[in-house]
Write a protein that binds this ligand. Structure first.
Ligand code: ARG
Length: 463
């Protein structure tokens, strides 16, 4: 008598699972996200079985049509697996047999769920990596457009969160574009190792059936196949690598978020949040809160946590497949969602959520001692050794602080008492714009250098 695939395992089992354990064991609640990829993988496998004459061409076609019908039913909301289906792979197989009858039972020839799940996850992640790449590019573009408008807008630069030297605002924004580019390059590199097919490694040792792994791999646009079947079904390095790359994306977004939060505070007041991205307080009517960057900063921990969880998950696992691997899915799904949403939210923030307060920025850079290095450089240009100049300027800053005046307000006679080399042109040197303009070393904030960077990025991002 033909048994339907209602009990998914072999006849070795006669008793059903304890209902709690059934739920505990099931991944269908989350791995249903892999449905598209599971169908793609199964179609490739079915075609290969036909090509290799392991099943007839006609049978292969029936399998493929059945699988396509599942896709259609799923998109019409008619495919709704239940907990007892255990996971997406069993759910699809069961549905296929329901739809096309006993020939459906031929689909799983020469493969295992172990290589199947690895295949699905890689196919899924490959697509998401390409989407994240586009999200990163959007962020770069949003930052770039602001940078391009603000080459000559100055902003205090900090070290130790102490005013250090003024910067071109464009230079500051371009730093994040560089970080995002490294993020993109890292993902591109991770993608290479995601893009390898484990399909056909079967449970762990390969199979005696004359499958062709090359055919399924090329059908699914994998770059290559795993050379070792044990490695194929037990490798989750790509998960860790992806989460590592994602963690750095989040770290970058979190740093940027922190800056926006500071800038929006009354203490800095470098930006105003527009109504598009800011929220109000339920109690304090005057408040406008930077919820978007705060949420992104807050969500960063989730992705770091998933990375830690995956490293811990794999560290004690013997070869080959272990059910522990089932834990990789929620970590990846949640990380992908978090990274994508955060990238989009921060892009929107820079597109329409904030306005730089130029008068405040201007005031900030002209009312501090961030031009002190330039006084030392002025003397260096007149052949005073740097360390000597540095000591002298330290003294000048100290007395100015005591007297409550800025360097630009020191009269020339007074400058001369500090050093006879000071001339009228010192005032020009003290202007924040001169300070920035003069930093022409490679990679510096000098306008000319930043302009070159803007040209470079315009070309790269918009052509
Ligand atoms: N749901 C499983 C997972 O996510 C699929 C593979 C199950 N394999 C097994 N031998 N039980 O990892």
């Amino acid at each position: 008598m033909e048994k339907a695939l209602s009990k998914t395992w072999s006849e070795r089992f006669d008793k059903g699972l304890n209902p709690f354990i059934e739920k505990f064991n099931a991944s269908i609640g989350f791995d249903i996200c892999l449905l598209e990829e599971d169908l793609d993988g199964s179609i490739a496998h079915a075609r290969m079985l036909g090509i290799q004459e392991i099943i007839t061409k006609e049978e292969a076609l029936r399998l493929e049509n059945g699988l396509q019908q599942i896709r259609k039913e799923a998109s019409d909301g008619l495919f709704q697996p239940v907990t007892s289906d255990e996971d997406v792979h069993f759910a699809v197989e069961k549905k296929l047999i329901d739809l096309i009858g006993p020939v459906g039972k031929k689909l799983h020839t020469g493969r295992s769920r172990n290589d199947q799940v690895g295949t699905d996850l890689r196919l899924w992640l490959r697509k998401r990596i390409d989407e994240i790449d586009m999200d990163l590019e959007r962020l770069q573009k949003s930052l770039f457009l602001l940078a391009e408008e603000n080459l000559y807008t100055l902003i205090p630069g900090y070290t130790h969160l102490q005013r250090a030297q003024p910067l071109s605002l464009a230079h500051h924004l371009l730093a994040y574009i560089e970080m995002a580019q490294r993020d993109r390059n890292r993902l591109k590199d991770v993608r290479k190792r995601v893009n390898i097919s484990p399909l056909g490694a079967a449970a762990l040792a390969g199979t005696s059936i004359s499958i062709s792994r090359k055919i399924t791999a090329s059908e699914l646009h994998f770059q290559d196949i795993y050379s070792n079947s044990l490695d194929a079904v037990s490798d989750r390095d790509f998960v860790v690598e992806f989460l590592g790359a994602s963690s750095l994306i989040m770290a970058h977004l979190s740093r940027l978020s922190e800056e926006v939060i500071l800038w929006a505070s009354e203490e800095f007041a470098f930006i105003e949040l527009t109504d598009r991205c800011a929220t109000g307080s339920s109690l304090m009517p005057q408040k406008k809160n930077p919820d978007v960057p705060e949420l992104v900063r807050g969500k960063t921990g989730r992705v770091f946590g998933h990375l830690q969880a995956m490293l811990t998950m794999i560290k004690g696992l013997p070869l080959a497949y272990n059910k522990d691997f089932q834990e990789d899915k929620e970590a990846i799904f949640d990380s992908v969602k978090t990274v994508k949403n955060s990238l989009i939210a921060i892009s929107i923030l820079f597109e329409e959520g904030l306005i730089f307060r130029k008068e405040r920025l201007n005031h900030a850079v002209s009312s501090d001692f961030s031009n002190a290095t330039d006084v030392a450089d002025y003397l260096v240009a007149k052949d005073i050794p740097f360390r000597e100049a540095y000591q002298l300027v330290g003294r000048i800053v100290k007395t100015s602080l005591e007297e409550g005046i800025l360097l630009k307000n020191i009269p020339l006679e007074r400058w001369k008492t500090f050093h006879k080399f000071f001339e009228k042109d010192i005032y020009e040197k003290l202007l924040p714009s001169s300070v920035v303009e003069s930093r022409l070393s490679a990679g510096g904030t000098g306008f000319e250098r930043v302009q070159e960077q803007l040209f470079y990025w315009r070309e790269k991002l918009f052509n």
